[in-house]
Design a protein around this ligand. Structure first.
Ligand SMILES: [Zn+2]
Length: 836
C-alpha cells in the first residue's frame, strides 16, 4: 500500500508530514491505547489452510448491498478438528453448508458479534482431507459502523460504493474494494490473515454498460439478457486474501504489453488520452525489476486502475493495482511532473515492486509488514536510479530519510513491530521510509551482487508463501557468506538511529588528520560500517571503517593537510549528522565529491555563509548543477541582496529562466528574478506566460504581481478557465491581494477543492482575503473552511497556525463592524482548541 502523504510546508519550513492510512482517513485517530501496546502481536495460529475461494456476487446500488454466494475450500493445517472459525464482518448470513457429492448439507453455526462465524463441521477433518463450505450471505458495508460501533471493527468497509445513486454529477458511479489490512472479510467470509493464501474465482454480475476488473484472468463474459452481464475472473496462483480485489464502473482500457503478458490501464474516459503518458513506464519497470530480482514478473497479467475517493494512496492487489485519483493528470499537468515531484511514477514503481515483495512472498503477519513496505519504498529509489541516474535515486532516498528523521515518535519504534495499538499503525515512516534506508545500507554493505542474489534466494525459497525478517537474513547470509545477526538485531529488532557528530583536526607535526566521531543519541552505540574518503594532494583515497562505540577517533596519514575528509563517502548512513566542516571544505566538496548529497550538504552549508567568495562561487555554479533539485535548491538559497552574488547570478538566472529544459527550474529562476522587482525583467515574465507549464506561468504571474499588481489582476482573468497547481496558487495570491468580492467565488472554490498540501500553500492568502472581503457571507465561508482545516489537521501540528490566521480575521472583521463574522472566528478558534 502506498500511503497518501503530505508535507506541510509553510513559508518553506517543514511543519509536519501527514500520512494517511486507510483507517486514519476515515476516522479520527483515537488516543493510543497503552494497554493495547502491551499485547505481543504474534503470528496468528494457523488451524486451516485455504485452498480455493469461489465467489458469485451481485450488487444492489440502492441499498449498497452485495449479495454473495461463496464456495470456500480448505483443509486443516495440522491438527484434526471439526470446528471452523471464519471472519465475516457485519453480514446477513442465510445459509452455511458443507458440499458433499454435489449436495449441500446444512451446518450449525454461531455468528458472534457479527464478526466471527463459528461453524460446526459435519465431522472431524484431518489435514489429508479437504472440504468445501458453501455460504449464502449479504454484505452490507455501509452499515458496518452503525451495526457495531465496537473497537474491534475499524470502519474500513472493504467494499465501497461511489456515487451509487448517480446524484453527484461530478463523480462517476463506481464500486471498488480495499482489503488491507483485514477488510476483505467485509465482503466475503474468509480467514482474513496475510498468512492465508488461496486461488480464487470471482463471478460479478453487473450492469452490462460497465467494465469489471479483478485478480488473474478474465475467464468468461456472459450477457444475461436482462441488461446485466456476468464476468468471471480466475486467479490460478495462490495469493493472500487481503490482495483480493474487484472494481466495477465506466472505465476505458488502454492496452499495453510486456513479454506477451497484458499490461492494461483502466481510467475514467476523459483521462484515457493520457493513459500512456501516465502509466507508459510500466512495461519498462516490469522488465527492470524482473532482471534486478532474477525472477520474471510472476503473474499472468498486470492491470492498473484509477478510482475515485480511494481511502489511501494506492494498493497492490495481485495483478490488479488500484490507484487513487491523484495519478489521473492531464498532459499539461504532466509537463511539470518530475520524479520526486511526481507522485504518480513513484506510486507506479512502489505498487509494482509489491507484486514480488508483498504478493509473491507476503509478510507473515502485520508485525512483519517491513517485508512488504520497506521493499516497496526501497524500489522507488531503485527505479529512480535506473531511469534517471544516481542523483535522482539518492535524492529520493534522502527525502525519505528526512521524513523519518522529522517524525517525532518514529525513533521509539522497532522495524519488526511486535507491539502496536492498532494494526493500521504499522503503516508508518518506520516501516516505509526508514525500512527502505535500512535495505539500502544493507545493499551498500554487501554490494549489489550479493544483496540482489540474497533477495532472489528469499523470493525463490518463499514463493507463494510468507516471509519474515529472519528469512531475509538467512537468504542474505546464504548469498554473501557473512553473518548478519548483528545487523538485523540492531535495525530490524531495535529502534532509533545514531546521531553522529563529526569533527576534524590536522596535526602538522605528525602529518596526521584526526577525525573525532561521537554518537550523541541516548542509549547504546550503533555498529556502523562506512567508507571514509580522504582528498589530499590531488587525489582521493578510500578507507573502510567501523564505528562500534559511542566515541571513536580515526587517524589518516597524509603528506599535506587534506582538502576534505568525507565520512560516509557513499552517503548511505541512516543517521542524523552534525558535520563540522569548514567553509573551504564545503566549497571543495561541492566541486570534487561526486554524490548528490555531497553537493546538497555543500549548498546547504554555504547558503548560510554567502559573504564568502568560495560560497558565492558554489551557489552561482549550482544554478546550473547537473541535477534539477540542486539547481532549485541553489536558486532558492541565493541572497540576491548581496551585490557580488547579484552581479554574478543575474545573467545565469536570466538565461535559466528562459531556456532551462526543466520547467520547475525555470519557474524557480523566474520567481527569484521576481523578488528583485526590477522592471527590466518584465519582458522575461511576459514571455513566460506563453509557456505550456503551469509552474512557469504561475511563477511569471507572481513576478508580474510584484512589479505591477493592476497589470497582474488584468492578466489573471485570462487564466481562470484553465489553471492548476502553481498557476492556481498565483491567481489566488493576486486576487487575495488586489481582488475584491468579485474574485471571492474563484478563490473560495479553488481552496475548497484543493488537496491538503495545496490548501496549505495558499492558506495565508486565503485567510487574508477572508479578512478583507466586503460580504459577511463570504467571510463566514472562509472562516468555516479554516475551522474545518484546523480541526482536521490539528494532529499534524498546524492548529496554532490556523488559530493565528483566525485571530487576524477576527481583528479585521471587527474593524468593519462585522460582528457576526468576528463571532464565527471566535467559535472556530474554540472548535480548534477543543479538537484532539
Ligand atoms: Zn506499499
Amino acid at each position: 500500500m502506498k500511503m497518501k502523504s503530505l508535507l506541510v510546508l509553510i513559508g518553506g519550513a517543514l511543519i509536519s508530514i501527514i500520512t494517511i492510512t486507510t483507517a486514519q482517513a476515515q476516522m479520527p485517530q483515537a488516543d493510543v491505547d497503552t494497554n493495547a501496546l502491551k499485547i505481543y502481536r504474534a503470528t496468528p495460529p494457523k488451524y486451516f489452510d485455504l485452498i480455493n475461494t469461489k465467489l458469485d456476487v451481485r450488487f444492489d446500488y440502492k441499498k449498497c448491498f452485495m449479495y454473495g454466494k461463496e464456495w470456500v475450500s480448505m483443509k486443516p493445517h495440522f491438527y484434526p478438528t471439526d470446528t471452523l472459525r471464519l471472519d465475516a464482518k457485519g453480514m446477513d448470513i442465510h445459509e452455511i453448508s458443507v458440499v458433499e457429492g454435489g449436495k449441500n448439507i446444512p451446518l450449525k453455526y454461531v455468528y458472534q458479534d457479527s464478526l466471527s462465524l463459528f461453524i460446526h463441521l459435519d465431522k472431524v477433518y484431518h489435514n489429508t482431507e479437504s472440504f468445501t463450505v458453501y455460504i449464502d450471505y449479504t454484505a452490507k458495508p455501509n452499515q458496518l459502523k452503525d451495526h457495531h460501533g465496537s473497537a474491534a471493527i475499524n470502519d474500513a468497509k472493504g467494499l465501497y460504493f461511489i456515487n451509487p445513486d448517480g446524484k453527484d454529477p461530478n463523480k462517476p458511479i463506481q464500486i471498488w474494494t480495499q482489503g488491507e489490512t483485514e477488510s476483505s472479510s467485509a465482503w466475503f467470509p474468509t480467514i482474513d490473515k496475510p498468512e492465508q493464501k488461496t486461488t480464487d474465482e470471482i463471478s460479478m454480475t453487473v450492469p452490462a454498460k460497465y467494465v469489471t476488473l479483478s485478480n488473474g484472468r478474465l475467464a468468461s463474459q456472459k450477457l444475461n439478457g436482462d441488461g446485466t452481464r456476468t464476468d468471471t475472473w480466475k486467479m490460478e496462483l495462490p495469493h493472500s486474501v487481503y490482495l483480493f480485489m474487484m472494481a466495477v464502473g465506466d472505465f476505458k482500457i488502454y492496452h499495453d504489453t510486456w513479454h506477451g503478458k497484458d499490461v492494461d490501464y483502466y481510467l475514467e474516459p476523459k483521462f484515457a488520452p493520457y493513459a500512456k503518458q501516465i502509466f507508459g513506464y510500466t512495461p519498462e519497470m516490469i522488465d527492470f525489476y524482473s532482471k534486478t530480482l532474477g525472477i520474471d514478473y510472476p503473474w499472468n497479467k498486470y492491470d492498473q486502475i484509477v478510482v475515485r475517493d480511494y481511502v489511501s494512496g494506492a494498493m497492490e492487489n495481485t495483478t490488479a493495482t488500484l490507484h487513487g485519483e491523484q495519478v489521473q493528470q492531464t498532459g499539461r499537468q504532466m509537463i511539470d511532473s518530475y520524479y520526486d515531484t511526481d507522485d504518480q511514477q513513484v506510486d507506479i514503481a512502489h505498487e509494482l515492486f509489491h507484486q514480488w515483495f508483498g504478493d509473491y512472498v507476503t509478510c507473515e503477519s502485520w508485525s512483519n509488514i517491513t517485508m512488504n513496505e520497506s521493499f516497496a519504498d526501497f524500489s522507488e529509489m531503485l527505479w529512480a536510479e535506473h531511469k534517471y541516474g544516481k542523483d535522482m535515486g539518492d535524492a529520493h532516498s534522502y527525502l525519505a530519510l528526512r521524513e523519518y528523521l522529522g517524525s517525532p515518535d518514529a525513533k521509539e519504534k522497532d522495524l519488526v513491530r511486535f507491539h502496536y495499538a492498532d494494526k493500521e499503525d504499522v503503516f508508518d515512516v518506520v516501516s516505509y521510509q526508514k525500512g527502505g534506508r535500512i535495505l539500502n545500507m544493507l545493499r551498500n554493505y554487501l554490494g549489489d551482487a550479493a544483496f540482489f542474489k540474497g533477495l532472489n534466494i528469499y523470493l525463490k525459497t518463499n514463493a507463494f508463501k510468507n516471509g519474515e525478517a529472519q528469512q531475509l537474513r538467512l537468504a542474505l547470509e546464504e548469498a554473501s557468506g557473512l553473518d548478519l545477526n548483528w545487523y538485523f538485531n540492531q535495525w530490524y529488532y531495535g529502534a532509533g538511529n545514531p546521531d553522529l557528530d563529526i569533527s576534524y583536526k590536522w596535526d602538522e607535526g605528525t602529518k596526521t588528520e584526526k577525525v573525532y566521531l561521537k554518537q550523541t543519541q541516548d542509549g547504546k552505540a550503533f555498529i556502523l560500517p562506512f567508507a571514509v574518503d580522504v582528498y589530499a594532494d590531488g587525489k582521493k583515497v578510500r578507507y573502510k571503517e567501523w564505528m562500534r562505540d559511542k566515541a571513536d577517533t580515526l587517524s589518516f596519514a597524509s603528506n599535506s593537510k587534506p582538502d576534505l575528509v568525507n565520512v560516509d563517502g557513499d552517503k548511505v548512513l541512516l543517521a542524523r549528522k552534525k558535520d563540522n566542516k569548514t567553509t573551504d571544505e564545503y566549497v571543495f566538496q561541492y566541486f570534487n565529491a561526486p554524490l548528490f548529497l555531497d553537493r546538497f550538504e555543500a549548498i546547504d552549508a554555504l547558503g548560510k555563509d554567502q559573504s564568502n567568495k568560495g560560497a558565492q562561487k558554489v551557489l552561482v555554479a549550482a544554478i546550473k548543477d547537473k541535477f534539477y533539485e540542486l539547481q532549485i535548491k541553489a536558486i532558492k538559497a541565493l541572497d540576491i541582496s548581496n551585490d557580488a552574488i547579484h552581479n554574478a547570478a543575474l545573467p545565469v538566472l536570466a538565461s535559466v529562466a528562459q531556456t532551462d529544459v526543466n520547467t520547475l527550474v525555470r519557474a524557480a529562476a523566474i520567481k527569484k528574478l521576481g523578488d528583485l522587482k526590477a522592471s527590466g525583467n518584465m519582458d522575461i515574465f511576459k514571455q513566460a506566460l506563453s509557456s505550456q507549464s503551469y509552474a512557469v506561468q504561475g511563477a511569471a504571474l507572481s513576478a508580474i504581481n510584484k512589479l505591477d499588481p493592476a497589470e497582474a489582476l488584468k492578466l489573471a482573468k485570462g487564466f481562470e478557465a484553465d489553471n492548476m497547481g502553481d498557476l492556481t496558487v498565483a491567481l489566488v495570491e493576486i486576487y487575495a491581494k488586489t481582488g475584491g468580492d468579485a474574485e471571492w467565488p474563484f478563490v473560495y472554490s479553488n481552496f475548497i477543492k484543493a488537496r491538503p498540501q495545496e490548501q496549505f500553500n495558499i492558506i495565508n492568502e486565503f485567510a487574508a482575503m477572508t479578512g478583507h472581503v466586503k460580504s459577511p457571507e463570504y467571510a463566514q465561508q472562509g472562516i468555516e473552511a479554516l475551522r474545518s482545516d484546523g480541526v482536521k489537521y490539528k494532529k499534524y501540528g498546524v492548529g496554532g497556525l490556523v488559530i493565528g490566521l483566525l485571530q487576524n480575521i477576527k481583528t479585521e472583521r471587527t474593524k468593519v463592524n462585522d460582528a457576526a463574522s468576528a463571532k464565527a472566528a471566535d467559535d472556530a478558534i474554540a472548535a480548534i482548541n477543543a479538537a484532539k
